[in-house]
Design a protein around this ligand. Structure first.
Ligand SMILES: *Cc1c(COP(=O)(O)O)cnc(C)c1O
Length: 687
């Protein structure tokens, strides 16, 4: 095989994003090109060409890196994953509007996409039969730049399929209804280890311009454009799987955006099995699993009846469902003709299994969406929960992974939480763990300088807080700014200095969120010990969760459905200081981190920001800062390191995507597969 061909094979399998030995090959080939292509191996190889690759391979470290990559690749695929022999080998189709897999594949915006990407990676590790469906955006989500006034501006770049780790699927084209017209849809394939991800693309010459533009950008705010995208994802997605010969039995809707997938299943069943609408609805429903991610009603999509009529009515006639019946599926008040269609209600009513993304979010969701089951008491609303997880081989720093490999075992990332070998984490010598952490922190501060709005040098000895998340007002990035005098005292303490690193984008249409970005940037430009990093993406996220000392999370309680960045941090021994919300409400123990006091309860969720800021300052001043600066004769914070060990031990196992996907299998996929299997045995199924 030509050398370039072999390397392209590595480049087109996103396995490299979680196998440092494969990624290491690309880095070794040409470190400058690797960075300037935004770590895009496909683009890099195209620029190097066969000759450039051959030349690089003359260097010993590159040919050694190639051997390492080959070995990592072989080891991964030779290993028999635990679910390969699963009892219910029914294929699961996973639908999501975004997937965060690699910096160079900008088809994600934030948490939801990274979660979906992590889901696929863990599924590949486990060997569960799953295929994924998403959209191929021409421009992805806007990259963030900060102008001279400190305001966020979005910059859009063109995605060219040929430059990315995706491949066009030749000869597969399906269509989906847009009102009286049909949009043609092409398909790209990304390979995520064992899991194929199919990305739908309407930018085909055979489509008129307005239909070509459907898959332009992620999260278009206009309802008309959004509904068109959801038609392509839900209806087009099911048709694409059919055309590809992928026979799925279970359909997992990651957020309500793909609810139309359920309607297309109903249409298929009616057309091929002559079922009544009611029969088809019940049979389709048996295989549908739905995850709701939003903790507020406004987080769902809302579509006016007129818009739905314009875009979907001819299709609904074909399905054999009346317009009113369809609208009622998604209405809070069925029967009210003015009521809009809410994607979350529709997905809840069409799925057999619905879950929130943490235990607390399950409870919040039962309250929020109880009207989907009029008359049921809240406690009986059938929404459960599967707590999110982070894909540990992606998010644990290679240096920490190396400690785990040596102390716990080479397959640390594949061990159950109950495995006795995990006890060995507590035997990692404090000096060793601390020196690895200090190294990661240095690395973060180095990278921070290249991305920060003020490019100041930060102090590697100062207690460093990381705060990186979407800048939505409820996340309260500005909470510590409420009391500037007290913040200054915390930052400017010469004996026990503190510094803050912020990163995060606002949705382009979120003006209040953008105002908070501007406030934090202004502070960063004024204060030497505060910095703001531009264009929060997977790469910056990784450096931050590896190298900060503390991960700060202070949302309004009940509004952070899960939060996964804290898991990524905790897995690296970065201690969480967080409101008891989302995942932290179930993870928190005093041995692992700190809980910011909040007065909010489910019945009285509104809180006084000022009082919460006061509680946070008190916690930092009295507990967190003193603990960090309490050192032994060798300068090691023994008590802090003990907490780092406990954090690593519990977060790596209990909040891993491996645990999450295993839970989905036990709680949702396997029962759904059994229901579908049983229905197929019914005599009137018809074969
Ligand atoms: C993990 C991650 C998120 C989600 O973090 P939250 O804690 O849910 O806010 C968002 N963006 C990126 C790039 C991430 O890696």
């Amino acid at each position: 095989m030509l050398m370039l061909e072999e390397l392209n094979q590595f480049a087109h399998d996103l396995l490299w994003t979680w196998q440092p030995r494969i990624e290491g090959l690309f880095q070794a080939l040409n470190p400058e090109l690797w960075e300037s292509t935004r770590q895009n191996p496909v683009l890099m190889l195209a620029q190097l060409g066969e000759q450039g690759v051959a030349k690089a391979l003359e260097r010993e470290e590159v040919s050694h890196a190639l051997e390492e990559a080959r070995q990592a690749y072989r080891e991964y695929y030779d290993r028999r994953p635990p679910f390969m022999d699963a009892r219910a080998p029914m294929v699961v189709a996973y639908f999501s509007l975004e997937f965060g897999l690699a910096e160079c594949l900008p088809i994600y915006s934030g948490g939801l996409g990274v979660l979906a990407g992590d889901h696929l990676k863990a599924t590949s590790d486990l060997g569960l039969p799953l295929v994924a469906v998403g959209l191929f955006y021409k421009q992805g989500f806007g990259r963030q730049d900060i102008d001279a006034e400190g305001r966020q501006v979005e910059v859009y770049y063109e995605n060219r399929g040929d430059d990315l780790p995706v491949r066009k699927v030749d000869g597969v084209e399906v269509d989906a209804p847009i009102g009286q017209r049909k949009v043609k849809i092409g398909v790209w394939r990304a390979q995520v280890g064992r899991v194929p991800l199919f990305l739908l693309d309407t930018d085909l010459e055979s489509n008129p311009p307005d239909l070509r533009a459907i898959t332009d950008r992620l999260y278009v705010p206009e309802p008309d454009r959004r509904l068109r995208q959801e038609i392509v994802l839900g209806i087009g997605g099911v048709r694409a799987l059919r055309a590809l010969g992928m026979v799925a039995g279970v359909f997992h809707l990651n957020e309500g955006h793909s609810f139309l997938c359920a309607i297309e299943r109903i249409r298929e069943l009616r057309a091929s099995r002559q079922m009544t609408l009611e029969e088809a609805r019940l049979v389709a429903r048996a295989g549908i699993v739905f995850t709701t991610h939003t903790p507020i009603a406004a987080g769902s999509d809302y579509f006016e009846p007129g818009l739905v009529w314009d875009l979907l009515n001819p299709y609904l006639t074909e399905v054999g469902i009346s317009f009113d019946r369809f609208m009622d599926l998604g209405r809070q008040r069925p029967g009210d003709p003015r009521d809009r269609l809410v994607t979350t209600y529709a997905a809840l009513r069409l799925a057999d299994q619905a879950v929130g993304v943490s235990r607390l979010h399950g409870a919040v969701s039962r309250r929020l969406w109880k009207d989907a089951w009029k008359g049921l008491p809240e406690s009986q609303v059938p929404i459960g929960s599967v707590t999110n997880g982070a894909h540990m081989p992606t998010w644990v720093a290679p240096e920490i992974a190396d400690l785990l490999r040596r102390y716990v075992g080479p397959d640390w990332w594949d061990l159950d939480g109950e495995d006795g070998r995990w006890q060995a984490v507590f035997e990692i010598p404090a000096a060793e763990l601390w020196s690895v952490h200090v190294e990661l922190k240095r690395n973060l501060l180095k990278v921070a300088r290249t991305r920060s709005v003020d490019s100041e040098q930060m102090d590697e000895h100062a207690l460093t807080f990381g705060f990186a998340r979407r800048f939505a007002p409820y996340k309260r990035a500005n909470l510590l700014l409420e009391d500037r005098a007290r913040l200054n005292k915390l930052l400017r303490n010469s004996k026990r200095p503190v510094q803050l690193i912020f990163a995060g984008k606002s949705h382009p249409a979120d003006q209040p969120g953008k105002d908070i970005v501007a406030k934090v940037v202004a502070l960063a430009r004024e204060e030497p010990c505060v910095t703001f990093l531009k264009d929060y993406d997977l790469a910056i996220a990784r450096h931050l969760v590896h190298g900060a000392d503390v991960w700060l999370n202070n949302p309004k309680r009940f509004l952070e459905a899960s939060g996964t960045s804290g898991m990524k941090a905790g897995a690296n021994g970065v201690l969480n200081v967080s409101v008891l919300d989302g995942w932290w409400d179930e993870a928190y123990r005093p041995e692992l981190g700190w809980a910011i006091p909040s007065g909010a309860t489910l019945d009285r969720p509104n809180v006084d920001d000022q009082a919460e800021a006061e509680g946070l300052f008190r916690l930092l001043e009295r507990e967190v800062v003193p603990a960090f600066y309490e050192r032994d004769e060798n300068g090691i914070p023994q008590r802090w390191v003990a907490m780092m060990r406990a954090s690593i031990r519990h977060v790596v196992t209990d909040f891993s995507a491996r645990r999450m996907v295993t839970d989905y299998f036990d709680i949702a996929y396997a029962p759904a597969a059994r229901r579908v299997e049983q229905l197929r045995l019914l005599p009137d199924w018809g074969g």
